[in-house]
Design a protein around this ligand. Structure first.
Ligand code: ZN
Length: 412
C-alpha cells in the first residue's frame, strides 16, 4: 500500500492554515493535535510561521490519556477547572489566538467509561469556561480538520488491514477537502464556498417564516425560523479583524438557528449517531411545543434520553442545516464516526445550543440577550441526520405560500 505523498501532506497543511484558518501576520496560533500526529504538527506549525504567525503554541492531546483519566481519576478532580487553566482562557480572551484543531481520535476511546461521568465532567467544565467562550466567540478565526489515525481508520474499515484502512480513510478525507495531486484546492474551495454563499443569499432573500420537512420514512415536521436570522454557510468573518475563514473542513452545510420552542412533529434519523463514543441507531425524535417529548431508538435508547435531558435546553433545537445528498461525504458511503464529516453528509438538525452569530449583530449580544430573541442555549450541541434520499423541504412565507427548497434530498 502506497504511503500518502509528502506533496499531498504539504498541500493539505497549506489548505488548513491559509484557506481554513487564514492565519494573518502577527497572529498567535493555538494548535490542538494528537501526540501521535507530531510529524503533521510540524508541517502545520511551519506553515503558520510562513503565513506570518507571531507565535504558535501547541496543546498536545492523547486520547489514551483522556481515557485513563476518566477510568481512574474521580469526577470532582476531573470537573475542577484549575486556576492556571482559567488564566489560560483569560489569556485567550486577550490574545484571541487563531485556533487550529486536528481531529484524529479513536471513536471508541471512551468505551467503558461511564457516560454519566463524561456528561457530568463536561457539564461542570463548560459552566466555568462558558463566560470565556462567549467572550471570544466570533472574535477569532478557527478551523477543525482531520488526520486519520490507525484506530479511527480501523473503526471505519473493520475488515481492512491497518495500512489499507488508513489509506482508505486518507482517500476519503482528501476527497472531501478537494485535495488531489493535480488539483488546485484553493481554487476549488473558492468555487465551493461561492456556491454555498449564493444558496445562503437566496434563502436569506426568501425570508421564510418556517420550514416543512417530509419523507417516506416518517419524517413529518415543521419548524419556525427567527425573523431576521441569517442562513450561513462555509465561511465566517472574524468580527475583530474582518478576516474570512472556514471553520470546518470539509463543509457542505448551510445552517441557521431556528426559533427555540417552536417546532412540531417527528424527525426520523437516516444515519446512526455517535455520541460520547457510543452509537444511537435507527431513531426518531418527536417534538411538541418545540420540545422533544419522546424518542425511540432501536439501539442506544437510554443514551438518547440522557442526551435530551442533559439540561433545560437539550430538548430544543439549536440548528437546522441543509446539505444536498450529492455531498462528497455522503458519496464516501460509510460512517466516519466523527461529526465533522458525518454532519456534512446530508440535511440535519441539532439538539442543544444555537448560534447567536446568525442574529443581526449577534456577535455583540450576550447569550442571555440572544436567548430572548429565540436562540436556544444548552451545554450540548448534537447533530443528527434527517436527509433521506426522498426528503422534501418547503419554505413557508408569512402569507402561507410554500416554496420548494429541497426535493429528493437535494436543492429543488
Ligand atoms: Zn451543522
Amino acid at each position: 500500500m502506497e504511503k500518502i505523498s509528502e506533496n499531498l501532506l504539504k498541500k493539505y497543511a497549506q489548505l488548513i492554515v491559509r484557506t481554513g484558518a487564514n492565519v494573518q501576520p502577527g497572529q498567535v496560533v493555538q494548535l490542538v493535535i494528537s501526540v501521535e500526529q507530531y510529524p503533521f504538527a510540524a508541517l502545520i506549525i511551519e506553515e503558520c510561521y510562513r503565513a506570518g504567525a507571531k507565535k504558535v503554541n501547541v496543546d498536545w492531546s492523547y486520547d489514551v490519556h483522556s481515557r485513563l483519566n476518566f477510568l481512574y481519576a474521580d469526577e470532582e478532580t476531573l470537573s475542577a477547572v484549575l486556576p492556571w487553566q482559567e488564566e489560560k482562557m483569560k489569556q485567550a480572551v486577550q490574545d484571541l489566538p487563531v485556533r487550529i484543531f486536528i481531529s484524529s481520535e479513536d471513536p471508541d476511546a471512551m468505551n467503558g467509561v461511564d457516560p454519566r461521568k463524561l456528561s457530568a465532567v463536561a457539564r461542570a467544565r463548560s459552566t466555568v469556561m462558558k463566560p470565556y467562550r462567549n467572550a471570544i466567540d466570533g472574535r477569532h478565526q478557527w478551523v477543525i480538520a482531520a488526520y486519520p489515525s490507525a484506530k479511527w481508520a480501523a473503526k471505519c474499515f473493520p475488515d481492512a488491514e491497518e495500512e489499507e484502512a488508513v489509506r482508505l480513510l486518507w482517500d476519503a478525507i482528501l476527497k472531501t477537502v478537494r485535495v488531489r495531486e493535480d488539483s488546485d484546492p484553493v481554487a476549488e474551495w473558492k468555487a465551493h464556498t461561492d456556491f454555498i454563499e449564493k444558496k445562503a443569499a437566496w434563502l436569506n432573500q426568501q425570508g421564510f417564516t418556517s420550514l416543512r420537512y417530509r419523507s417516506a420514512n416518517g419524517t413529518d415536521f415543521s419548524v419556525e425560523l427567527i425573523p431576521g436570522a441569517k442562513w450561513e454557510g462555509a465561511g465566517a468573518i472574524n468580527s475583530e479583524n474582518g478576516v474570512f475563514y472556514i471553520p470546518n473542513m470539509p463543509t457542505e452545510e448551510i445552517f441557521t438557528s431556528p426559533l427555540a420552542g417552536r417546532c412540531e412533529g417527528t424527525l426520523v434519523a437516516v444515519k446512526p449517531l455517535s455520541w460520547n463514543s457510543q452509537l444511537i441507531e435507527n431513531f426518531s425524535i418527536t417534538f411538541e411545543g418545540g420540545r422533544a417529548v419522546s424518542c425511540r431508538a432501536e439501539k442506544g435508547q437510554e443514551l438518547l434520553e440522557k442526551m435530551i435531558h442533559m439540561d433545560e435546553g437539550a430538548c430544543m433545537l439549536g440548528e437546522v442545516a441543509l446539505v444536498p445528498r450529492e455531498s462528497p461525504v455522503n458519496q464516501c458511503g460509510f460512517l466516519f464516526y466523527e461529526t465533522l464529516f458525518d454532519e456534512n453528509a446530508c440535511c440535519h438538525c441539532a439538539l442543544g445550543m444555537g448560534f447567536k452569530e446568525v442574529l443581526p449583530d449577534g456577535d455583540r449580544l450576550t447569550m442571555e440577550e440572544a436567548q430572548k430573541m429565540g436562540i436556544n442555549d444548552s451545554i450540548i450541541h448534537v447533530d443528527f441526520m434527517v436527509g433521506a434520499d426522498d426528503l422534501s423541504i418547503d419554505g413557508i412565507r408569512a402569507d402561507g405560500t410554500a416554496v420548494p427548497v429541497f426535493r429528493n434530498g437535494t436543492w429543488a
